[in-house]
Design a protein around this ligand. Structure first.
Ligand code: G1P
Length: 297
């Protein structure tokens, strides 16, 4: 029987410069979508997929992120004393078991591949997941869980994939497909941020990965690639050449690029509308807003 994937790496060392000035004093990952920090969505998705060990690759200035996952004992006893059981339950659902989270520092911003490599000793010799919290995916079955189920069939390495318009290819890792099987594709190459005319397809990598420990070996030898950074894409591409066991997985769900302001706003609207306690009022507001704008045109 294949060993279960129980470890996930969360690269959260980025400076978040696209969200300045907000990120001057708060890490991007604790910025909130409705009422939960971005990182909570990633953690919930990982938990749903059976992840037990959460490895954060952080950097200077991310202490708010570490505090967020600490138990808030004073707050909890206050809520208990005042009988606010619903809030208490919400708060408790964010608590992590002692020892479930590990923090590793990436001392220099050398790229995503380097961030993942920083966690190598905690991963050891087993397959692991990587979640980029900027990519928020709304789905009935959480994306990583879909992938874990598909991965149980084929093994090897798997990346989440989604079609993007050709002019957007240069923002993604792009797959070169050898066999399109529908929700799953066999991959014969991967290029990080190609120019539109060099993109081998329009299938882009989205920030969910299930990887074999061999990727970490490849990262040992990796030189800097696109943008002068050590790229995870290049280490996966090398694994295609060595073992030919890389798959793309077209997940079912809607992905929001919360690394961009427009994407963050879209996610805020979508998640707000998905909430039973907010929908009616929020929908009404959006409706009158658009009606007003139309009337003004
Ligand atoms: C990273 C990866 C890229 C992937 C993207 C998905 O790029 O390097 O291959 O397509 O995430 O969001 P970044 O967005 O960090 O530049």
């Amino acid at each position: 029987m294949k060993r279960k994937v129980t470890k996930a790496i969360f690269p959260v060392a980025g400076l978040g410069t696209r969200f300045l000035p907000a990120t001057k004093s708060i890490p991007k990952e604790v910025m909130t979508l409705v009422d939960r920090p971005l990182i909570q969505y990633a953690i919930d998705e990982a938990r749903a997929a059976g992840i037990k060990e959460f490895i954060f690759v952080t950097s200077r200035g991310k202490s708010a992120l570490e505090d967020y996952f600490d138990h808030a004992n004073e707050l909890e006893s206050h809520l208990r004393r005042t009988g606010k059981t619903e809030l208490l339950e919400i708060l408790k659902s964010t608590n992590m078991d002692s020892g479930a989270i590990a923090y590793i520092r990436q001392h220099k911003a050398l790229g995503l591949g380097h961030a993942v490599w920083c966690a190598r000793r905690l991963i050891g010799n087993e397959s692991f997941a990587v979640i980029l919290p900027d990519d928020v995916i709304a789905a009935e079955t959480p994306c990583l869980q879909q992938m874990i189920e598909a991965h149980a069939e084929v093994g090897g390495n798997m990346v989440a994939a989604m079609e993007v318009p050709p002019e957007k290819a240069s923002a993604y890792g792009i797959l070169d497909i050898s066999n399109d099987m529908g929700s799953m594709v066999a991959v014969k190459g991967m290029v990080e941020k190609p120019k539109a005319e060099d993109a081998p397809s329009n299938l882009a990598v989205i920030g969910r990965y299930i990887l074999t420990p061999k990727i970490l070996n490849n990262l040992n030898r990796m030189k800097s690639g696109a943008g002068g950074e050590i790229q995870l894409t290049d280490a996966i591409a090398e694994e295609i050449r060595r073992s030919n066991n890389v798959y793309g997985y077209r997940f079912r769900g809607q992905r929001f690029d919360c690394g961009s302001k427009a994407g963050f706003l879209q996610a805020t609207v979508a998640f707000g509308l998905a909430r039973d306690d907010l929908r009616a009022e929020f929908e009404q507001f959006l409706y009158s807003l658009t009606a007003l704008r139309r009337a003004a045109e």
